[in-house]
Write a protein of this length. Structure first.
Ligand SMILES: Nc1ncnc2c1ncn2[C@@H]1O[C@H](COP(=O)(O)OP(=O)(O)OP(=O)(O)O)[C@@H](O)[C@H]1O
Ligand SMILES: [Mg+2]
Length: 206
C-alpha cells in the first residue's frame, strides 16, 4: 500500500544510541516530524507497554501477542494517518525488533513472527530503517551510567543480548535495500553523519 510521507525506524540493542540519534536527526529535519515508539505510541499501546515491561512472569508468546496488539493499534491510530498526511514519522523500534527479540532471542519461529508482523501492520513496511550496531556489552555499559534506564529486559544475561544483535544483523543482511547498518561504536557525531548521508542517499533514490 503506497503512502505519501516517509516512515523511518530506528533499531538496535539497548544503549545503542537510538534515542540520541533520533534527536540528532530530528534537529536537522525540522519541526514537522512525528516521533513515536514501540511498544507504545497510543494510549492503548502504552498501557500494553506497561504490562510488557513490568511483568516478571511472561512467556515469549505472550510478549509477541502483546506487541502485535500494541502495534496494530499504533499503526492504525497514529502511523498511517500521519503518513497519509504526508508527514515524516520516526519510530523508535518497530517490526525488526520483534524479529530480533521474540525471534532470535526468544526462539519463536521466524515465519510466525513475519506473519504476525504483517497482520499487525496491515503490510506497512518502513521506507528506511537504521540499525545501530553495537556489541551489547558496550550498550549495557552506556546504560549503567543512567540508573533510571534499567527495566526488565536490561537485566537479562548478555547471551540474550548477543542473540538480539545477531537477529538485527540477519535482518540487515536480508534486506539491504531498506535496512542501513551503522557502526554505533563511533562517536555520536560520526554516527549521525553516516546516518544522515544514508538518509540523503535514500531521498535521492526515491
Ligand atoms: N555514540 C555514542 N558513544 C558513546 N555514548 C553514547 C553514544 N550514543 C549514545 N551514547 C550514550 O549512551 C547512553 C544510551 O544512549 P541512548 O539512550 O541514545 O540509547 P538507546 O538505544 O535509545 O537505549 P534504549 O534501548 O535503552 O532506549 C546515553 O547515556 C547516551 O548519552
Ligand atoms: Mg532509547
Amino acid at each position: 500500500m503506497a503512502h505519501r510521507g516517509i516512515f523511518i525506524t530506528f533499531e538496535g540493542v539497548e544503549g545503542a544510541g537510538k534515542t540520541t540519534q533520533i534527536q540528532r536527526l530530528a534537529a536537522v529535519l525540522g519541526p514537522d516530524v512525528v516521533f513515536t515508539r514501540e511498544p507504545g505510541g497510543t494510549p492503548v499501546s502504552e498501557r500494553i507497554r506497561d504490562i510488557f515491561l513490568t511483568s516478571d512472569r511472561i512467556t515469549t508468546m505472550t510478549e509477541l501477542l502483546l506487541i502485535a496488539a500494541a502495534r496494530a493499534q499504533h499503526v492504525d491510530e497514529r502511523i498511517r494517518p500521519a503518513l497519509a498526511a504526508n508527514q515524516i514519522v520516526i519510530c523508535d523500534r518497530f517490526t525488526d525488533a520483534t524479529v530480533a527479540y521474540q525471534g532470535y532471542r526468544g526462539g519463536i519461529d521466524l515465519e510466525i513472527i513475519h506473519q504476525l508482523n504483517d497482520v499487525a501492520t496491515g503490510g506497512l513496511i518502513p521506507d528506511i530503517t537504521f540499525i545501530l550496531d553495537l556489541p551489547p556489552e558496550i550498550g549495557l555499559q552506556r546504560q549503567q551510567q543512567d540508573e533510571t534506564h534499567r527495566d526488565r529486559l536490561d537485566k537479562e544475561p548478555l547471551e540474550f543480548h548477543r542473540r538480539v544483535r545477531e537477529g538485527y544483523l540477519a535482518v540487515a543482511k536480508a534486506e539491504p535495500h531498506r535496512v542501513k547498518l551503522i557502526d554505533a561504536t563511533q562517536s555520536p557525531d560520526a554516527v549521525h553523519a553516516e546516518l544522515f548521508a544514508k538518509y540523503q542517499a535514500y531521498l535521492s533514490s526515491k
